[in-house]
Design a protein around this ligand. Sequence first.
Ligand SMILES: NC(=O)c1ccc[n+]([C@@H]2O[C@H](COP(=O)([O-])OP(=O)(O)OC[C@H]3O[C@@H](n4cnc5c(N)ncnc54)[C@H](OP(=O)(O)O)[C@@H]3O)[C@@H](O)[C@H]2O)c1
Length: 448
Amino acid sequence: MEVNNGVTFVLLGGTGDLARKKLLPSLYNLYKKGKLGEFDIIGTSRHDLSREEYVRHVGVNIDKHETWDEFKENIRFAQLNFYNPEDYEVLQEKLLGCGDERLFYLATLPQHFDVINDNLSSHDLVNETSKVLYEKPFGDDLKSAKELNRSINELFPEKNIYRIDHYLDKELVANLSILRFSNSIIDPILSAEYVDHVQIIASENFGVEERGGFYDRYGAVKDFFQSHLLQLLSLVGMSTPEKLDSRCIRDEKVRALRGVDILDTITGQYEGYRGEEGVDEDSTTETLTAVRAALNRPRWQGVPFYLLTGKNLAKKYSQIYVQFDKNNQSSMSSNGTIPNSLVVSIQPDRGIYFVINTKVPGGIGTEPAKMEFCHTCHHGPNTPSAYENLFSQALAGDQRSFIRYDEIEEQWRIVDGMEIPEPITYEPGEVPEEVQNFIQDGEWHGLS
Ligand SMILES: NC(=O)c1ccc[n+]([C@@H]2O[C@H](COP(=O)([O-])OP(=O)(O)OC[C@H]3O[C@@H](n4cnc5c(N)ncnc54)[C@H](OP(=O)(O)O)[C@@H]3O)[C@@H](O)[C@H]2O)c1
């Protein structure tokens, strides 16, 4: 048989919100940048759609240029119910004329993963060069994540498996390892010797929108905290890896996660949440959580890590804030100096800056100043989206920004061990007082 060297993206869950808003637009952007080469896209759904109907459905959110007509020629559709083995035979046929390298993207809920895996395997759809990408959440708890890992690993080798946390593909998050390990002056100061505390924040200024049904099953702890916040914590807390390759980086992240000890947790639920579509009217699901954690590694002894995520707060932003000056009671502090800090701003502003104390011109007082790398000013606003990066990394076979089986298990181990208190109610757009006062002798950076 003739070998077709192109790549085929199979979007299982090809009509969903994620496929329409993120996956197809990202693939189109990569195409416009000439980064896709020969390719086909096959989207699937239970509905009986014609190719044209499918293209119209997924094209709604795309900012179309003159290249759209060319691009859309490569989009195909296969009607497929995850639970009907015969439907995978139809997919098999569709794949025959397409590129040999296959990238299966499971853009659907984890309860379908097992049956999809079994069918992909029993129909021999996954070959040596295939990649199977799993959207988050990967499991509901440690037990289900372990079972999922076990069943996947029985069918496909780990080198074919890409567990997604799209935060890892955000430009500034991907920059963290470079910041730490390619700048010899930075990494040594990220330790208990210099750091007073660390904050990791992912705050949103909107509610659950149309994803109430999904969210109500998970909540802030299992959704954002379990995934994005713990991944960011592992990237800040990990020790220097032997090499900057995917094995060594992930080994160190796992070690960091093993050292995480949750010391205190509060949760909140925004007023009106119980009236959202898909949400139980008596729901006690938390839409906010603030956590104080310790990292039991010699490097971080005694340094608190404060993590916060919430919906319907005052602002939408994500950042890592490191406050230095452990012993800020020095004589200088009475002169009005502030503690030095390092901020990695992930979104919406992208950049890295230090805050230092400088002399007021013509006087003897001090004032804070920023030493800043403004990513947006330097590289423009149109840097690749997280999902573009994710596709590029997967195509390159680079698993650095995907999660290994043991990372995900450590993340669930931490969450399973947490005591989640009853949520306090807060007004949308406001930060509850308990959250504002959560940091001992300090405040959340940029929250209000
Ligand atoms: N939406 C986002 O922005 C976002 C962001 C991060 C992560 N995620 C994750 O991505 C996954 C998908 O999210 P989503 O928002 O796109 O969900 P969604 O809008 O509910 O879409 C689910 C997709 O799965 C398909 N599907 C469901 N049951 C099926 C079955 N039995 N057989 C075949 N197809 C079936 C649906 O197709 P039909 O109904 O047409 O058959 C649809 O294409 C979730 O795990 C979510 O947590 C989503």
